[in-house]
Design a protein around this ligand. Structure first.
Ligand SMILES: Nc1ncnc2c1ncn2[C@@H]1O[C@H](COP(=O)(O)OP(=O)(O)OP(=O)(O)O)[C@@H](O)[C@H]1O
Ligand SMILES: [Mg+2]
Length: 505
């Protein structure tokens, strides 16, 4: 009995139309880092939401046993009282509050009910230091990028001093450097006796950090293995139920003429108009070419591309040419009308309308096509949506399912699908496979190949170096708002890109 700090026995959970978990058994030893793996929709987040009281006792079947005692959580507070803290897959910070306020939300240091602000910000700094976050704790969360927000989430969970810490894809929004910091944090926690349950689609991370791995597939437990008794390929095979021979199916394809050109482009910080985020950047992309854009978090990659797309609040100047014609893009609508599309990195903020259903989200950017003289052609809408759901294997009970009921990875596929339907000439993808499992990544890469053959120019911002190296025909590296390196597919390497990204040459 004493062997396990946590046992989840025969857990079954149903949602309308889906059995998300079917008799799952999950056992965790004290002090270990236990990785939980599985494809998008396998049931990982649902299992962890049961453990953390998001889905209370009575809404699932089975038992949760902690240190030999059965627990029946009514809500998140009761699981926290039992020593469990969760960092959810989707960020849950309150954007309008400061970093410090978020860390201590609902838990503010106070005297006779009056918040002690001095202490709150003083202690925030302590937890921020633990995640190596060097910013002012009075910064509003709305002004942070997703990577920093993720670090705040971790600081917040640490402040609860949990015995069992659940991290649901904490690294999806982080750059390589930040992931290294996260790995250090996990090692420190382990040394302090904290048990961690770690969900990630990045297999290399799991093999770097975990002691044990459990694989779920279609809501069932496939296996639990000590990490030193399995291999990356075996874990992937257990996840997808088949062998994947090549993770990056890049094709060599003749590129066409230059279709997109950016000259002397500059972007300024909306909060500090003196500060340049992008400094005199020029580049071009050819038809049928995949241009990878690498760089560290905060290098200005997202600001550059979203400003070109007409969706960034800061001032900008510079020239943009499509097919040799100069264009003025003042809004995303101008961009779409000029043949551009952009898959954004933060699907909650820009990508999806969560309360709308799958079909509506898929067709949102393309309403012009379905709307003839003010009437929506519902059949065409359904036909196109079904096609996308099939080609991307989006796991959804129906086209009418609200997107906030889909698993995280399937939400990302809806964002990609939405832009594919606009049939763009130039497709910008910002972290296109963030949070997507290996099988679905392969599907997205295959679609990029298809688009390449059709002559679409693709610009892919990515913090995952294997993806940049595996899929790009050419790679630009951005450092502090400037281009600090350009490599052809065959001459690029992980070392060269990291060197350029950190300012070397
Ligand atoms: N609130 C909900 N309502 C209806 N169905 C849901 C809900 N939450 C999850 N599901 C369904 O349950 C299944 C498991 O989803 P879950 O979010 O646990 O997957 P996951 O393994 O975390 O996937 P990902 O890697 O994409 O995050 C999916 O089919 C999903 O659509
Ligand atoms: Mg999930």
């Amino acid at each position: 009995m004493g062997d396990y700090i946590l046992e989840m026995r025969n857990i079954t959970k149903e949602f309308p139309g889906v059995r998300a978990l079917n008799n799952v058994n999950f056992k965790v030893r004290p002090g270990e880092i236990h990785a939980l793996c599985g494809e998008n929709g396998a049931g990982k987040s649902t299992l962890m939401k049961i453990l953390s009281g998001v889905y209370p006792y009575g809404t699932y079947d089975g038992a949760i046993i902690i240190n030999g005692e059965e627990q029946r959580f009514n809500n998140i507070a009761s699981s926290e009282a039992a020593g469990i803290a969760i960092i959810n897959q989707e960020l849950t910070l309150v954007k309008q509050l400061t970093v410090g306020e978020n860390i201590f939300l609902g838990n503010e240091p106070n005297k006779h009910g009056v918040i002690n602000w001095h202490q709150l910000y003083y202690e925030s700094k302590k937890w921020m230091a633990a995640v190596k976050l060097d910013i002012n704790p009075q910064t509003k969360v709305a002004n942070l990028g997703v990577g920093h927000q993720q670090m705040v989430e971790i600081a917040k969970a640490l402040s609860k001093k949990a015995k069992i810490l659940i991290l649901d894809e904490p690294s999806a929004a982080l750059t390589e450097n930040e992931v290294d910091t996260l790995m250090d944090i996990l090692r420190t926690l382990k040394n302090n006796g904290v048990t961690c349950i770690y969900i990630s689609h990045k297999i290399n991370e799991i093999f770097e950090i975990a002691d044990t791995v459990t694989v779920l597939r279609d809501g069932e437990t496939i296996a639990t293995k000590p990490i030193d008794q399995t291999t990356e390929n075996e874990v992937i095979a257990m996840m997808v139920g088949r062998e994947l021979s090549n993770r990056f199916p890049r094709i060599n394809h003749e590129t066409g003429e230059v279709i997109f050109e950016v000259k002397n482009y500059n972007v300024f910080d909306p909060d500090n108009p003196q500060r340049k985020l992008v400094d005199n950047v020029s580049f071009s992309v050819r038809r049928g070419e995949i241009l990878g854009i690498a760089g560290l978090m905060g290098a200005g990659r997202t600001e550059l591309m979203s400003s070109i797309f007409g969706g960034f609040p800061g001032e900008s100047y510079g020239e943009v040419y499509i097919n040799g014609q100069k264009v003025e893009i003042k809004s995303p609508l101008d961009a779409i009308n000029n043949g551009l599309a952009m898959v954004t990195e933060d699907r909650k903020r820009y990508g999806l309308v969560l309360i709308h259903d799958v079909k509506k989200n898929l067709t949102l950017a393309n309403l012009k096509k379905y709307c003839k003289s003010g009437v929506i052609n519902a059949n065409e809408e359904i036909h196109d949506s079904e096609k996308i759901v099939n080609t991307l294997s989006i796991k959804t009970p129906s086209l009418e399912t609200k997107v906030n009921n889909l698993s995280g990875g399937n939400q990302q596929k809806v964002v990609v699908g939405k832009w594919l339907l606009t049939q763009p000439l130039i497709l910008i993808m910002d972290e296109p496979t963030r949070g997507i499992d290996v099988g679905a990544k392969y599907e997205i890469y295959s679609i990029m190949n298809e688009l390449k053959k059709q002559g679409v120019a693709i610009i892919m911002i990515s913090s995952e170096l294997p993806e940049i190296l595996g899929m790009s025909d050419r790679i630009l590296v951005i450092h502090e708002g400037k281009i600090n390196g350009e490599f052809k597919h065959d001459e690029a390497s992980q070392e060269k890109i990291m060197l350029a990204a950190t300012g070397g040459n």
